[in-house]
Design a protein around this ligand. Structure first.
Ligand code: SIN
Ligand code: CO
Length: 383
């Protein structure tokens, strides 16, 4: 472990700041060394499959310009000397030390974390004043950035017209702070902010996701459908007689609403699976290894890693444990031994020999582990 959050009271932070108000933290990552340099970040932004963006201010006819990677070396060579930002998302997938840094944020559920974005900006670089619908920790890693931000949510701000970027037309800050390496600023959703580089700087954004009601409902509907629920039909035995045939009456609208609400009042496990599958959803699907292991003892012949894209979560119910991995679910016996193995799987990036041994003692866990290998959630370290 290279870095640790220091002098930071997790309980106080959650009770007073999380989702409530901005929090400026000085030197909470003192002596922080970025495992990625600006040059390496630019190299990453040239690679296929890496999500990168360049935001350039005052470069051409529009005040702001946005372009998406992968970029070429020539594009980097022709950048202006100042007033631009290079932003690379999901860096924790490419740089293992950054995945370790995210572990420091485990005082918040792992399924709330979206990604770690690294941005580089020379003097004057910024992405303009804006607000995000995400909670974010802005960790200053190299150089200095002046942050201006509001104390509370800004509702429906007017945006600059004709841009691909959501930049606020009018921005008035309540607070201002210059962040030096090791300082961190937390912003809840909706807080308007504007961070300008005072010298060449690297900033990490640890962003958090929050599902929309529509996403929750979509996941619920998928689950309900899998269980063949939801086939109950609209019925109108008390059909109104004095009405125009083309009218949809208020009573009828209520019948539709109640039909849908009766489905939502579903058994608890359907809601558990709705949450588990939604939150563990990942890009890994339909993976099939060349030679799938059939027995657990075959796994002992190699070293195994948890695929960096894998998401594992669990819910402990009264009689069983629901385990979720990459959008799939497993029902496991509820015992302290099983929970210990499940937590070990969720906590580490390598599959420890002790976890393998513990799985060998429980048929349900042996079966689970083989299936996790077969669907690509766990991969061979040497491949
Ligand atoms: C940046 O790192 O430049 C932008 C981060 C943000 O404002 O969300
Ligand atoms: Co932002």
């Amino acid at each position: 472990m290279i870095w640790q959050l220091q002098g930071f009271d997790r309980v106080e932070f959650i009770q007073q700041y999380w989702q409530k108000k901005p929090c400026l933290m000085r030197q909470v990552f003192a002596n922080f060394q970025s495992p990625v340099s600006p040059e390496e970040l630019a190299g990453l932004a040239c690679e296929e499959g890496v999500h990168s963006r360049l935001v350039i201010e005052k470069d051409a006819e529009t005040p702001w310009q946005l372009s998406y990677g992968p970029f070429s070396e020539d594009e980097f060579r022709s950048l202006p000397a100042s007033h631009y930002s290079l932003l690379v998302s999901e860096c924790e997938k490419w740089i293992p030390e950054l995945a370790e840094l995210l572990d420091e944020f485990r005082f918040i559920p792992s399924w709330r974390i979206d990604d770690l974005m690294v941005s580089y900006a020379p003097l004057g670089g910024s992405v303009g004043p804006h607000s995000d619908e995400y909670d974010v920790f802005l960790l200053q890693v190299q150089g200095h950035r002046k942050w201006q931000y509001t104390n509370s949510r800004v509702e429906n701000p007017t945006l600059l017209a004709g841009l691909d970027l959501a930049i606020m037309q009018d921005f008035t800050a309540d607070q201002e702070a210059v962040l030096a390496p090791g300082d961190m600023l937390y912003l809840p959703p909706g807080i308007a902010h504007h961070g300008v580089a005072l010298d060449p700087c690297l900033t990490y954004s640890i962003g958090f996701r929050a599902a929309t009601a529509v996403e929750v409902l979509e996941s619920f509907i998928l689950e309900a459908d899998r269980r063949n629920l939801g086939s109950q039909r609209y019925c109108d035995r008390e059909l109104e007689v004095n009405r125009h045939f083309a009218e949809i009456t208020d009573t009828e609208v209520d019948r539709f609403k109640n039909l849908a609400l009766s489905l939502l009042d579903a058994p608890r496990q359907l809601w558990v699976d709705t949450a588990g599958k939604l939150l563990s959803d990942s890009v890994i699907n339909d993976f099939s290894p060349e030679q799938p292991p059939a027995r657990l003892d075959e796994l002992f012949q190699f070293d195994w890693l948890i695929n960096p894209e894998t998401k594992m979560l669990y819910h402990r119910g009264n009689s069983s444990i629901s385990f979720y991995c990459n959008g799939q679910s497993w029902e496991l016996p509820n015992s302290d031994q099983v929970i210990a193995v499940i937590q070990a799987l969720c906590e580490h990036r390598v599959l420890a020999a002790s976890t393998l041994e513990a799985c060998a003692l429980q048929p349900a866990l042996s079966k689970l582990l083989i299936e996790l290998v077969n669907n690509g959630a766990i991969v061979r370290a040497d491949q």
